[in-house]
Ligand binder design. Structure first.
Ligand code: GLY
Length: 304
């Protein structure tokens, strides 16, 4: 059996245009899953990075200085290989740079100027990641700040639609993997790094489970939430129970919202959130599971 589950980020729209891109991403990954688990994960995330709708790659939110700085990571539960890129600028596909780091080096995280330099050495061309829509949102947010007001835009986009980190988990019949990519949050400090490239914080994979998280990264890092999900599954919990426990723990410890997607080595999925939306596409042997829905632990917050 081959399984891919992909999410579009906490509070990201579930409108058809968004769900279609998520489905396309899952299908691109499925084409490669039988031959190369890591390449399949890269393919899923690249589709989302290339779409301006999601907060990753082109169309990422802007930091305080008006720049896009992105984090991405990939982890293979079979080989225990992990690679991450943090606060990278001016590349189209941070996830591909992360995969290259995994395959060409023994180092596991590169950040900032070093990440850009590595990308160029590996032949990734300079690319603009700033969309007009995000630039406009950033200018409005900066004007609010200049007036002494708190910007009213969504933390993760500053736009009328919402978007956060994207991620996927895969099972190819032999093992599990997880991959994730993000622009972080609006007006973040230049150089700020979130949970996406932090193994055990916002992403984890082992022979037992693969997990990706979305929400305010600092909370996921400080609570090692992705690792906690794995520990719950190792101790015998169903993945669904594990993610619900983890989100309740995150809310108790940090008072924050999040979304978590996990899968275990039996191909059982767990997905939950405690916010407005959490779009997830679940693909089994190439077929979208249309009835599948993540559980909202705070249904009173549900948005259309
Ligand atoms: N979850 C995205 C971030 O905080 O960077």
């Amino acid at each position: 059996m081959e399984i891919i589950a992909v999410h579009g980020g906490l509070d990201t729209s579930r409108d058809r245009q968004f769900m279609e891109v998520l489905e396309e991403a899952a299908q691109q990954g499925y084409k490669l899953l039988a031959t190369d688990r890591v390449q399949a994960m890269e393919a899923v995330i690249r589709v989302l990075e290339d779409s301006p709708k999601f907060n990753c790659g082109y169309g990422s939110i802007l930091n305080l200085d008006g720049e896009v700085e992105m984090d991405a990571a990939i982890v293979d539960g079979v080989t225990n290989r992990f690679a991450a890129i943090a606060a990278i600028r001016l590349v189209n596909n941070p996830i591909s740079v992360a995969r290259r780091l995994m395959e060409k080096t023994e180092q596991v995280i590169v950040a900032g100027d070093g990440a850009v330099k590595f990308a160029r050495q590996q032949g990734f061309p300079e690319a603009n990641c700033v969309s007009e829509e995000q630039l406009d949102a950033w200018q409005k947010a900066k004007e609010s700040l200049a007036r002494g007001e708190t910007p009213t835009q969504n933390l993760f986009t500053g736009l009328e639609y919402h978007a956060d980190t994207v991620g996927c988990v895969v099972w190819d019949g032999k093992g599990l993997g997880a991959a994730s990519s993000t622009g972080g949050f609006s007006l973040k400090m230049p150089g700020r790094v979130g949970d996406t490239p932090c193994l055990g914080g916002g992403i984890f994979a082992s022979p037992t489970s693969a997990t990706v998280c979305t929400g305010v990264g600092e909370a996921f890092i400080e609570t090692l939430t992705a690792k906690y999900v794995d520990e719950q599954i190792v101790s015998g919990l169903h993945p669904q129970q594990a993610v619900e426990f983890a989100l309740r723990r995150l809310a108790d410890l940090k008072g924050t919202e999040g979304g978590i997607l996990t899968m275990d080595a039996e191909g059982r999925i767990g997905s939950a959130f405690n916010a407005g939306r959490f779009p997830v596409v679940f693909l089994v042997n190439g077929k979208v599971q249309k009835d599948f829905k993540p559980v909202n632990l705070k249904p009173e917050l549900t948005l259309n």
